[in-house]
Ligand binder design. Structure first.
Ligand code: PBG
Length: 333
């Protein structure tokens, strides 16, 4: 809507920028701790905190330390934590069976968190890449990522996570039909209250590199994910995907990566009004954290600005590796 205003000098927009008090009154959007979902990396072992070189300040944690992280997050007011497993290479197969093992790393971590920190929502990732000897999110046959066979595997994976106590399932695989398949399997198994946060508009992006190091998938992956993840050039397709996933039973939708795709976030929120999330992915984190480490930018200021911009773009919340750091700054205010 056009904002009618008297011409200068009756209107001087700088009036409302003169002091912190006036700027606070004129502020249109805010970042709250309740907007944050914290992605974390789980690995085997006891009392392990293993740094990830391409993500300064981010660690792979053993389950005991994941539980401590969940406690810390809950105490800071962060509503949800999202688990990604670093799977031992010996457990990766072409059929990806470890993905639906009730005792796999993710499922053990879910149970441990829900036992110790029941108030935090536990989100999971649904995709086969951490368990796939070939590194792809789906089952590969003769070099092709199979859609329907993958969806059947994802359903088994989701039911194992639901059984372990997950609150929010995050399908990040980009197969067609997976949201409907997951939703009906959950309904039939009595898990009618489990939330699906669909990675609906997930682009084939070069910003996922550090994440693939973090979960140990970089070595296995041959080629790229362009036959299932979206072309970064496309906008209308994102809207079709979001609409489809909402119709199939997604509760919340996600755009990923975040910062290069804020136009998509705005359009999705305006078009559907559904709970809309963005994933500030590993490469975005690395750019800010890496530049800050070198003294090239003010890391804290850049972090808070980037997160606020997601809110301005219409997002209801953000998956971000900065969640605890941002929550501490918000708490100190
Ligand atoms: C894989 C998955 C990826 C991310 C989340 N789930 C990587 C990929 O698609 O290759 C990326 C997250 C990040 O970069 O922070 N299913």
């Amino acid at each position: 809507m056009p904002q009618v205003q008297a011409p200068y000098p009756a209107t001087r927009l700088r009036r409302l920028r003169r002091t912190p008090a006036l700027r606070a009154l004129a502020q249109e959007t805010t970042l709250n701790v309740g907007d944050l979902i914290w992605p974390v990396f789980v690995r085997e072992g006891v009392d392990v905190m293993e740094p990830i070189a391409s993500m300064p300040g981010v660690y792979r944690r053993s389950i005991d330390n994941i539980v401590k992280a969940a406690r810390e997050a809950a105490d800071l007011g962060i509503p949800a934590i999202c688990l990604f497993p670093y799977t031992d290479a010996s457990l990766k197969t072409v059929a990806c069976e470890e993905a639906w093992n009730p005792q796999n790393l993710t499922n053990r971590a879910i149970r441990a968190i829900k036992a110790a920190v029941p108030e935090i929502a536990v989100m999971t990732d649904i995709a086969l890449d951490p368990y796939n000897a070939l590194g792809h999110d789906g089952i590969v046959q003769d070099g092709v990522v199979l859609n329907d066979e993958t969806v059947a595997a994802l359903v088994k994976m989701a039911l194992a996570q639901a059984e372990a106590g997950a609150d929010i399932l995050g399908p990040s695989d980009m197969m067609d039909g997976r949201i409907g398949a997951l939703r009906s399997a959950l309904e039939m198994a009595g898990y009618q209250d489990i939330v699906i946060l669909s990675y609906s508009a997930k682009y084939a992006s070069s910003f996922y590199g550090p994440f693939r190091d973090a979960v140990g998938a970089s070595g296995a992956l041959k080629g790229d994910k362009k036959t299932y993840q979206m072309n970064p050039a496309n906008r209308a397709e994102a809207l079709r995907l979001i609409e489809r996933d909402l119709r199939e039973g997604a509760d919340m939708v996600m755009i990923k990566p975040g910062m290069p795709y804020l136009d998509i976030c705005r359009e999705v929120k305006d078009t559907f009004g559904a709970p809309t999330y963005a994933y500030q992915v590993s490469g975005e984190y690395a750019m800010i954290a890496g530049a800050a480490e070198r003294g090239w930018i003010n890391g804290e200021a850049a972090m808070m600005e980037s997160l606020l911009c997601f809110k301005r773009a219409g997002c209801d919340g953000i998956l971000t590796y900065f969640a605890p750091a941002a929550a501490r700054i918000l708490a100190a205010k």
